[in-house]
Design a binder for this molecule. Structure first.
Ligand code: ZN
Length: 46
């Protein structure tokens, strides 16, 4: 099941089975933490 992941450094949102190893936005490794759909939407401003 896919989940929402949020970079704890820059707040980037990723949707998938796992968070990216390296954040494409800020370049930090292992910065993604699992987040809820409402939290993800809030972070994306929608
Ligand atoms: Zn980031």
């Amino acid at each position: 099941m896919k989940k929402f992941w949020k970079c704890k450094i820059c707040g980037d949102i990723h949707y998938g089975n796992a968070g990216p190893e390296v954040c494409p936005t800020c370049g930090v490794k292992n910065a993604y933490v699992e987040t809820s759909k409402p939290e993800a939407k809030k972070s994306m401003g929608i």
